[in-house]
Design a protein around this ligand. Structure first.
Ligand SMILES: [Zn+2]
Length: 461
């Protein structure tokens, strides 16, 4: 093939290897350009935490505000998951008095510092909390400890926002409590896992990540978050999209090294989503064709089970794995428990293979309600192992140290070991996978609706 043809081809082909070994990627959904230059690809994923220190185990349960002995430092929880033996139970009516009667494996709490505040929704849209949220507020405030807890948190939030304590103390209690409405009706939640460090940790680098959960624990964590996304849509009719994400470790943007996810309602679709929408309008099966089908053709499939498939992503700013749900149901909160378990098993395994020392972003994507096109539920796990520099800023071409093929090989090798150890669920790995474009079913329902003349556009704008 002539060099000229190759050069032209590299602009269209999502993934191409140049004669010198440079690998060029173009994200087929967003157009993001990424290059991997030879000689830079063999660096390890992460060199770890830096200096490790012996853990002060006397502080167990109190390492940070998300730890289990500091429940009163976060706003009143919306729910928790409690485990007794093999049974998992959801509890939604915990009072301040009974906060420590059970140990929460996972807690759903309001984010004290919301990205979009309660007042943003209230003043711009006339948003009001649901009856259930108001009832929960009334019940929580009806006990002395509940009222004291809410006032303490409201005071701490005001102080952090620069309100002088004397000014705050001058406010009548009812006015102080008005600031607490966001704790019950707000639209930015956090899902917090129980462990800060591994149960038997001796050093401060033994933090408990998504990958250090058991597959059963991860299933609960994922399903709890899925339900929190669905609950935000149900509570806030002005939400165009509900974004779920997880920042793991500070270099990935986490403010605590304590495992948690965030669930945020927003009132616009991101530019990236809008770009993807254009692609989906051209080809409703674009995720099947260019996500999974392309990955299968190019040897990028990492793992697969009945309900999901994980592939090395092409054209991501950071080396990324994408886990696609095979379900025909696009709203994850309507997935069956079995579908969520299958999906969770692969997401869990990607974290286990990455290891707890690597900063990671996990971004969730699903079809925004009312857009009238079909998108599959998918999660992108991005390894923050390169630092963006001036070159990226100027050219918008990102340099990755690991190309998708190398990434896939590393995950496959690591997953084979983990599966043999029983540290991840049982699923097909690398060459065992039979995924093809038709493995994804998300667009099937939409096609049937169109054929039947059913309009799927409940657009809010
Ligand atoms: Zn903690």
């Amino acid at each position: 093939m002539a060099g000229q043809t190759k050069g032209a081809r590299s602009e269209r082909e999502p993934l191409s290897r140049l004669p010198d070994g440079t690998i060029k990627q173009v994200n087929p959904f967003t157009g993001t350009q990424v290059w991997t230059v030879p000689g830079r690809a063999n660096r390890p994923f992460g060199s770890g935490h830096g200096t490790r220190h012996r853990l002060d185990t006397a502080q167990r349960g109190r390492y940070c505000a998300f730890c289990e002995d500091r429940y009163l430092e976060t706003p009143p929880e919306k729910g928790r998951i409690v485990r007794s033996g093999t049974e998992w139970r959801r509890v939604t009516d915990v009072t301040a008095e009974t906060l420590s009667d059970t140990v929460a494996e996972f807690r759903l709490i309001p984010n004290l510092f919301e990205i979009l505040s309660f007042d943003y929704w209230r003043l711009n849209y006339g948003y009001a909390p649901t009856t259930a949220a108001r009832e929960r507020e009334r019940a929580y405030l009806s006990t002395p400890a509940g009222r004291a807890h809410v006032l303490d948190i409201a005071r701490a939030k005001a102080a952090a926002s620069g309100v002088a304590s004397a000014d705050w103390d001058d406010l009548p209690p009812e006015e102080q409590l008005r600031h607490a409405e966001a704790f019950f009706g707000g639209c930015h939640d956090v899902v917090v896992a129980r462990r800060h460090y591994l149960d038997r940790a001796k050093h401060d680098d033994q933090v408990a990540s998504s990958g250090s959960l058991s597959p059963e624990e991860h299933e609960q964590y994922l399903a709890f978050t899925v339900d929190a996304v669905g609950a935000q849509y149900a509570a806030n009719p002005y939400a165009r999209y509900v974004q779920a994400f997880q920042n793991w470790l500070r270099p990935a943007g986490a403010s605590f090294d304590h495992l948690h996810k965030q669930v945020v309602a927003i009132d616009e679709l991101s530019v990236e989503t809008q770009r993807q929408l254009e692609r989906v309008r051209e080809d409703p099966w674009v995720y099947a064709h260019l996500g999974v089908g392309y990955a299968a053709e190019r040897g990028l499939v990492i793992a697969e089970n009945r309900h999901a498939v994980a592939v090395a992503g092409v054209g991501h700013r950071y080396p990324s794995v994408v886990v696609y749900s095979k379900s025909a149901t696009r709203e994850p909160w309507r997935h069956t428990a079995e579908e969520l378990r299958g999906f969770s098993d692969l997401v869990h395994a990607m974290h286990a293979a990455t290891g707890p020392q690597v900063p990671v972003n996990e971004q969730w994507y699903h079809e925004p309600p009312g857009i009238g096109v079909a998108m599959p539920f998918r999660v992108v796990v991005s390894l923050r192992i390169s630092t963006l520099a001036g070159f990226e800023g100027g050219t918008k071409i990102y340099i990755n140290t690991i190309d998708p093929w190398t990434l896939a090989q590393r995950f496959v090798a690591s997953l084979l070991k983990l599966r043999a150890l029983g540290a991840v669920a049982d699923f097909d790995i690398g060459p065992e996978c039979t995924a093809q474009w038709a493995s994804l079913k998300y667009a099937r329902v939409a096609a049937a609706s169109v054929a039947a003349g059913v309009s799927d556009t409940g657009a809010t704008d």
